[in-house]
Design a protein around this ligand. Structure first.
Ligand SMILES: Cc1cc2nc3c(=O)[nH]c(=O)nc-3n(C[C@H](O)[C@H](O)[C@H](O)COP(=O)(O)OP(=O)(O)OC[C@H]3O[C@@H](n4cnc5c(N)ncnc54)[C@H](O)[C@@H]3O)c2cc1C
Length: 414
């Protein structure tokens, strides 16, 4: 008898699970609480700037193997754009220095021996501290393992870990920092090429998945919020959507791919991360200068990363809880003054928007990482997915997609 896999949540975790399962010929239904797919990774039309923008700039790297597999399945991998090599231009706003970090392709890091490729003001030996992050005990914080000074820290480790972990790096979990280093810098430049969804997050990562599911008769039911699960013994036997109850057949399976705060209210007693960190994005409607690189790192500035899109410059600031209460216009002016300094654009503030995602990711501390559950639950036909489940990675697109693909693989064993 054929079974139905009910996937709750049409974020990247839920969509990745749905894509893999339909590829294997399973019957899939996706239930999404809101009227749009994509969750924390989506585009929308913004009236202030009069254009479609993303809720936040999202950077992928060529070493994000699960995300790239997802996009290849959808035939959308060519829609991610980036430079041919792993190069990252940086500007230090305080000193005025500019440099480009250039990783070499292979695993052997000879870039650290080349003064034209490594961080200025560093020596090859300084980079040993990065390796220490991969071998340290898992229940340490980054601050307990490496020294928090010097140019390798300030100009490479700090910006990388702040962006990847979305937390002040000193407080970050070494297990998560080590995983990031292993899958990026330690894997060589071939894994570090920056990749950006130039046409927008939804056009590249979400809409192709919705089209793929539609072609395979896998419905996505929007405005369909799961309120509760009903169970008898060790099996979920009904889904409560408020106005509608769906009774499950004995062979049906549920993948819960909602954020942690929603999961813990749906599955009482479920252990989940409870602390979060914000990300702030500023978007400016302005044509970037023709020579503007797709992404630039800023140091000694409020702005951390500056992204260039057609008709728009956008800024990302991680672990940005300190900025949540700042008056919006003052914040926009402060960020624009930095952007104008780097791009040589006029000081006058162009049309702008500030997007503050308060619960952008769980806080990547040792304690919160320990609260992440494995995908299997006490119920035989209930699996979990989401960037916050125990993937061994910080909360990223790669973690979300990997968790969805992992849940899809586990369905085969039920
Ligand atoms: C501003 C910002 C910038 C970021 N930058 C990057 C980056 O540069 N690189 C990177 O790799 N990652 C980045 N991330 C992280 C990345 O966006 C997330 O890790 C990823 O999108 C999480 O996907 P998810 O499917 O696990 O969860 P979500 O996207 O939260 O999806 C969960 C879905 O479940 C739905 N839902 C909730 N409750 C219910 C219910 N009861 N019933 C039905 N549906 C429900 C929600 O509406 C949502 O659609 C960023 C995140 C933010 C917010």
């Amino acid at each position: 008898m054929s079974r139905t896999i009910h996937i709750i949540g049409a974020g990247l975790a839920g969509l990745a699970a749905a894509v893999d399962l339909t590829t294997r010929g399973e019957n899939v239904v996706v239930h999404e609480a809101t009227n749009v797919a994509g969750g924390r990774c989506r585009s929308y039309h913004d009236a202030s700037v009069g254009m479609t923008i993303d809720n936040g700039n999202h950077l992928l790297l060529s070493g994000n193997t699960s995300a790239l597999r997802y996009l290849r399945t959808l035939g959308a991998d060519h829609r991610l754009m980036g430079p041919p090599n792993a190069s990252f231009p940086f500007v230090d706003l305080e000193s005025g220095e500019e440099w480009t970090l250039r990783f070499n392709k292979g695993r052997l890091p000879w870039w650290i021996f080349s003064s034209g490729r490594r961080v200025p003001g560093t020596h090859a030996v300084d980079y040993l501290s990065i390796a220490r992050l991969m071998w340290a005990g898992h229940d340490s914080s980054v601050g307990e393992v490496i020294r928090f000074s010097g140019n390798v820290y300030e100009r490479l480790v700090r910006p990388l870990l702040l962006a990847a972990l979305n937390i002040d790096p000193a407080a970050g979990s070494v297990r998560l920092a080590g995983a990031v280093i292993r899958e990026t810098i330690a894997a060589g430049g071939q894994a570090c090429r920056p990749l950006i969804a130039h046409d927008g997050l939804s056009a590249v990562l979400i809409e192709p998945a919705l089209a793929f599911l539609a072609q395979r008769n896998a419905p996505v039911r929007f405005g369909h919020q799961l309120h509760a699960l009903r169970h008898s013994g060790s099996k979920i036997d009904a889904l409560d959507f408020g106005a509608e109850d769906i009774r499950l057949a004995p062979q049906d399976v549920v993948i819960l791919a909602v954020p942690p705060y929603a999961a813990s209210s749906i599955v009482p007693g479920l252990k989940t991360p409870t602390e979060f960190r914000a990300i702030v994005n500023a978007h400016f409607r302005v044509e970037p200068p023709p020579s503007q690189p797709p992404i630039v790192g800023l140091l000694n500035a409020t702005t951390e990363w500056l992204f260039a899109f057609p008709g728009r410059l956008s800024v990302t600031i991680s672990a940005a809880d300190r900025l949540i209460g700042e008056p919006r216009e003052a914040l926009a002016r402060k960020i624009w003054s930095e952007v104008a300094a780097v791009t040589n654009l006029p000081d006058a503030l162009p049309p702008w928007q500030i997007v503050r995602e308060r619960r952008a990711t769980f806080a990547a501390t040792v304690e919160q990482d320990a609260l992440r559950p494995d995908p299997k639950t006490e119920f035989r036909n209930l699996l979990l997915a989401g960037d916050w489940t125990n993937t061994g990675l910080p909360a990223t697109i790669e973690s979300a997609i990997r968790s969805g693909q992992r849940a899809a693989a586990l369905v085969e064993r039920i």
